[in-house]
Design a protein around this ligand. Structure first.
Ligand code: NAP
Ligand code: MG
Length: 485
């Protein structure tokens, strides 16, 4: 008789070291090239969402602090713009190199402050942030070629507001093109994740960037709203929710202030029956569970061709069971902490709505730490296109499955959204992929991959996902105006 033993094995803990991280107890506002105490702002702790422990205290800018930042930026901008492009490029290049030098530290701080798995901050966020500075360093002396030979000049002083899901990367997406074009920039990081932007301020100092060219002014929504309305700002670049984007657009109506908005999404990830299904399942997982689904372009509406729907759902559910949820600093973690208590409540409310409306919920059973904010990977089937979980952005590790029969129906369902940020197409047929991509109302369409970012490629939305592009030569345009215009 032969006896078969099944071996049950698990990963040993593999925590990333944190002893190399140099966090200060308290950070001032980065204004005029130095860290300053707030004049009419205050100090607030920023916490680690995986433990609820405070990490450091951070100054929040009040209206007078913003005035000072704008004044310093206005004073610095003309000389910055007057530098030959290749000289500005050297500063950007230095910032990129310093990000690389401090990559380990930045990755750990990003994971501590925001809750994302170290594997992602180390392999995606930080290298891509450096790559954006390298890319735009290359453009600084070639601006005319980026805008089809037109005579252009910088906008002037730009206000930039970023969300908490990719704190350093979003800061790089904003600052690198603005600086390459000769603008001075005032960046407001999100309330829950200010730390890597403050480390970037240290890097600007180390790179000897002229004082005033970059300001980092942490704060809450009120700080952002004040910055938007402040006199002396020539352009606002905003990434965040569609609701706040609308408020900003209203506030700027009738004013000669440039505006670009990168807003929310409810992106369709479309799986055709002829796709390599195992590969598609990996893409679905990456599309929705990357960064706990806190991704504007997350593939949160999974459209599967009816003939393979049961098979794909079964494979996906099996694969979801292998996701490791927990300590963001563990190198084997796939799904980290939810960014804040507020975001967790938002996810829970929408998931409850999904159940109430009659969709079928499956949530992976897993042990999560007692403290901190967690939500286990979740899959909804029997979703109708009118359900809230099929319409609204959940911004969490929750995927809603819908089915379709024909290519035309897939396109119609994918486009049936007020958003239009991104989409994914899984098929073996190249011609079908191109045909479908051309019919989709989405700024980015990935074929047989998902959540793939590159500094040379433009990113941005259709419809209520916003307007303006970031990345590549298209990303220069929002930071330049035609001479005399
Ligand atoms: P949010 O509430 O709109 O916040 C974004 C930023 O705006 C934060 O810095 C926030 O400060 C600030 N803010 C809040 N109210 C403001 C106001 N009235 N005026 C000016 N600024 C204000 O968005 P979120 O919930 O943090 O981020 C998630 C959203 O961002 C999602 O909808 C996601 O799709 C979107 N997003 C889009 C892209 C893209 O490229 N299209 C990329 C990433 C994320 P506080 O942090 O203090 O609230
Ligand atoms: Mg935090």
């Amino acid at each position: 008789m032969s006896v078969r033993t099944s071996i049950v094995w698990d990963y040993a803990p593999a925590p990333e070291a944190t002893d190399h991280v140099r966090l200060r107890d308290s950070y001032g506002l980065f204004v005029g090239g130095e860290f300053r105490d707030p004049v009419d702002g205050r100090r607030e702790p920023t916490i680690n969402p995986a433990t609820e422990e405070p990490l450091a205290e951070v100054a929040w800018a009040g209206p007078k602090d913003l005035e000072a930042a704008i004044e310093a930026a206005r004073a610095a901008q003309p000389a910055w713009a007057a530098l030959p492009g290749r000289e500005r490029a050297k500063y950007l290049f230095r910032v990129a190199r310093l990000i690389q030098e401090r990559a380990r530290e930045l990755a750990v701080v990003e994971s501590l402050d925001g809750g994302k798995p170290l594997r992602e901050s180390r392999d995606v966020d930080i290298p891509l942030a450096a790559a954006h500075f390298f890319h735009y360093a290359g453009w600084a002396d070639k601006l005319r070629y980026g805008v089809a030979g037109r005579e252009v000049e910088p906008m002037g002083v730009v206000g930039q507001i970023v969300p908490w899901n990719f704190p350093l990367l979003m800061a790089a997406w904003k600052l690198a093109p603005a600086l390459a074009c000769g603008n001075a920039a005032i960046l407001k990081p999100a309330e829950t994740t200010p730390l890597t932007a403050l480390l970037l301020a240290e890097i600007c100092q180390e790179a000897e960037l002229p004082a005033g060219v970059v300001a980092i002014v942490p704060g809450d929504g009120a700080t952002g709203a004040t910055l938007v309305r402040a006199p002396g700002i020539d352009k606002i670049a905003f990434t965040g929710s569609t609701g706040v984007g609308r408020d900003i657009q209203t506030a700027l109506a009738g004013r000669d202030v440039g505006l670009t908005l990168e807003l929310g999404g409810k992106s369709a990830n479309i799986v055709f029956e002829d796709a390599a299904l195992d590969q598609a399942v990996e893409g679905i997982v990456n599309g929705i569970f990357f960064n706990q689904g806190h991704v504007c372009c997350a593939g949160s509406r999974l459209l599967i061709q009816e003939s393979v729907a049961d098979q794909v759902v079964a494979k996906l559910w099996r694969r979801m069971g292998n996701l490791r949820v927990g300590d963001p600093l563990d190198k084997n973690t796939d799904v980290g902490a939810i960014n804040s208590a507020e975001q967790l409540a938002r996810i829970e409310a929408l998931v409850a709505a999904g159940e109430e409306e009659g969709a079928v919920r499956r949530t992976v059973a897993c042990d999560v730490p007692e403290r901190g904010y967690w939500f286990a990977p979740t899959l909804f089937t029997d979703v109708s296109p009118a359900h809230r979980i099929a319409v609204e952005e959940i911004f969490g590790p929750v995927v809603s499955v819908l089915t379709f029969r024909t290519q035309a129906e897939a396109i119609e369902k994918a486009n049936n959204s007020r958003y239009g940020l991104a989409a994914g197409i899984w098929t073996d047929k190249g011609a079908k992929a191109f045909e479908v991509a051309a019919a989709l109302q989405a700024g980015v369409v990935w074929q047989n991959t998902y959540n793939h970012f590159d500094p040379t490629a433009a990113f941005g939305g259709y419809k209520e996902s916003g307007f303006g592009r970031e990345g590549g030569p298209a990303g220069l345009r929002p930071y330049l105006r035609e001479k005399g215009a």
